[in-house]
Design a protein around this ligand. Structure first.
Ligand code: NAD
Length: 295
């Protein structure tokens, strides 16, 4: 079992770190939020006074931070994780961030003699608590092999996507599919309503036809057909519309950087931007159907 430093103990990070403790790892945590640090203490995570303190004696470091600038801030610079860990430490960033930052930080880490992977997740807070997350991992094979046993304590499916940054690439491509498909399913239910087709009938037919997709069959945006979907609890998140917007913006930033054409991704980002600006960014992302019905 390893001595692991965990930085960023928020909605995802805290349950992930708690699962590392349950698996027998010695976990030292740091977060800028005092409330989150207190909750971490209750989960058996030792408190550190700073990120630098947390990582000083660690064999592995896991970070779960909001966005790219936080990741640069925590890893780089004199007081950063890369400068403050012993050479050879395994570094795992599970935040969802831009590919460019992931590659830049991995490059600095490699030059300092560390093994680093980007390992963003899918599965949400439920998957984090249950230890069933999917990890999409980018980095050298040696770093992936070292990271696997740590990731297995927090997730069920661990996929090596390729070299540095490809974990983030997989995450934003996947979520671009999800954002687009949720809007497609929402539009179809809105149209069905106006055509006098019952929602349950559309579900029964499309879930067995070529319109079948995860947004329909696992996360249906209308109440009824899938009892566990957020539509049945007034679109309480789940995965917020603001988080979907963040990921769609990352996909568009990446597309612009490499000259890829993603017109539906751009349209999905624009629609989530309007939904978020209407004050509903805290709702589950499937709640965008409310706006589609009103258009
Ligand atoms: P969160 O805001 O709840 O947690 C982030 C934590 O990082 C907070 O506790 C914050 O205080 C801490 N933090 C910020 N700056 C810090 C610093 N400099 N040093 C130490 N701690 C710092 O967010 P979350 O929902 O846990 O998401 C974390 C990441 O996971 C994001 O990149 C998000 O896109 C991704 N993600 C979230 C979900 C989800 O369902 N919540 C699902 C998949 C991926």
């Amino acid at each position: 079992m390893a001595s692991v430093a965990f930085i960023g103990l928020g909605n995802m990070g805290l349950p992930m770190a708690a699962n590392l403790v349950k698996a027998g790892h010695a976990v030292t945590g740091f977060d800028v939020s005092e409330a989150n640090l207190a909750a971490a203490g209750a989960a058996g995570i030792a408190r550190a006074a700073s990120a630098a303190d947390a990582v000083a004696a660690a064999e592995a470091v896991v970070t779960m931070l909001p966005a790219g600038p936080h990741v640069r801030g925590v890893y780089l610079g004199e007081a950063g994780v890369i400068a403050r860990t012993r050479p050879g430490t395994l570094l795992i960033d599970s935040s969802t961030i831009d590919v460019e930052t992931a590659r830049a930080v991995a490059d600095v880490a490699a030059q300092a003699g560390h093994d680093m992977v980007d390992a963003p997740v899918s599965g949400g807070t439920g998957g984090a608590a249950a230890g069933t997350l999917t990890f999409m991992v980018g980095g050298p094979g040696t770093a992936f092999d070292r990271a696997r046993p740590i990731l297995e304590a927090m997730g069920k499916t661990i996929v090596h996507a390729g070299g540095p940054g490809t974990g983030q690439a997989a995450k934003i491509c996947n979520n671009m599919i999800l954002g687009i498909s949720m809007i497609a399913v929402g539009e179809a239910f809105a149209l069905a309503d106006k055509l006098g087709l019952e929602r349950q009938k559309l579900f029964d037919i499309s879930s067995k036809s070529s319109g079948q997709c995860w947004s329909l069959t696992s996360y249906c945006p209308v109440p009824g057909p899938v009892p566990t979907s957020p539509a049945n609890r007034d679109y309480q998140a789940g995965f917020t519309a603001d988080m979907m917007l963040k990921d769609l913006k990352l996909s568009q930033q990446a597309a612009a950087a490499v000259g890829a054409s993603t017109p539906l991704g751009a349209q999905a980002a624009a629609l989530y931007q309007i939904f978020s600006a209407s004050g509903r960014g805290d709702l589950d992302f499937s709640g965008i159907i409310k706006m589609l019905k009103g258009l």
